[in-house]
Design a binder for this molecule. Sequence first.
Ligand code: HGY
Ligand code: MN
Ligand code: MN
Length: 419
Amino acid sequence: MTQTLPSAAVLGARAFAALEGLNRFTDEPGKLTRLYLSPAHRQAAEWTLGAMEVAGLAAHIDAAGSVQGRREGPVPGGACVMIGSHIDTVKDGGRFDGNLGVVAGILVAQALRDAGIVLPFALEVIAFGDEETVRFPTSFSTSAALVGRYDEGWFSARDSEGVILRDALVGFGGDPDGIPALARKPGSIKAYLEIHIEQGPVLEAENEPVGIVTAINAQKRARVRITGEAGHAGTVPMALRKDALTAGAEMALALEAIASAHENAVGTVGVFRPDPGATNVVPGALDFTIDFRAPKNETLASMDRAIGERFAAIAARRGVGLTMTPYSHDNATPMAQALQDALAAGIARTGSNLSARRLPSGAGHDAMIMARLCPAAMLFVRNEKGISHSPLENMTEADAGVAIRVLLETVLELARQDS
Ligand code: HGY
Ligand code: MN
Ligand code: MN
């Protein structure tokens, strides 16, 4: 019996119920911390696999730890429309970042199956596992595997406990040797679609539940190590110190000034670890990270030069050693125009009161990696005060439902275009 498609309200309720289940899995009870290849990631991947199977998808956990689900189209092995996002989180993160997009894909597959709708292409849903790259110094490694851009050097990357990625992957049940075979052929994915909370203030300020992403900002990250001289906090005169921490602090403020001086740019020092980290010891070394972003590649390049020059000058004046190790760099990535327009059609079919507001993304997403292989597009959903990467991250069930209904209508729009 063919049913009608579920309403936005029903889809929102289903999404929040599913997120309740998925977000039980954390590495830090009382917080949502689910890092790549952790025990909680494994549990969440198995939960996701089960949810995909209930929705009628043939599912498996792949060699890199992503969960892939597929419903065949008329031509077995034919091209697919892929809906995806990530189920790894930052430390003490929010419930919706990434997770919403995966649940949305599963609910779209379930709704189409329940309505007896046969698409002219295969439908895939994917739950990436290393989008946040919080644990290892990688760069969107699981979506990179799918587009054939996996960096073999990542296998020897170490987390803050010294665990090597290759060992963690094998322990998770992944297969380092199976990663090259994950790469999809050009043309095998017709479209990659991702729903994601905006993580910014625009949609809420304009009272819009959803918006279409035009482009994803360029971003670069690096690990920085300062080496000075450890000493007795009570006896080393200030003029004779080679204090690694204060040198790094001056560099952090320099990054802040450089980012503030470049149009729509941002710069962040998120990790700051002095060594040995004792109250009465002048820090002899410091490890910290820099993350900087801008809408234009040339702006990012100008910031990169300024950072290199300023950090070197600070290190020279203070007589400390400086090592900068870039580990992630992605150019600004425009979203496919035709898919943006398909999302606009999906919005129009969902509600005449909705506008197809288009806006850029300051946050990075797997969509920027998928765009190296296939047309990619994102639908942003309003979230409370734009707060994200925080336990305060929040959104409404109603908005989740509207977004998933838009995604459903967009897939049907692509089917109409294909027929
Ligand atoms: O950092 C980011 O932009 C994303 O949340 N990984
Ligand atoms: Mn995300
Ligand atoms: Mn995130």
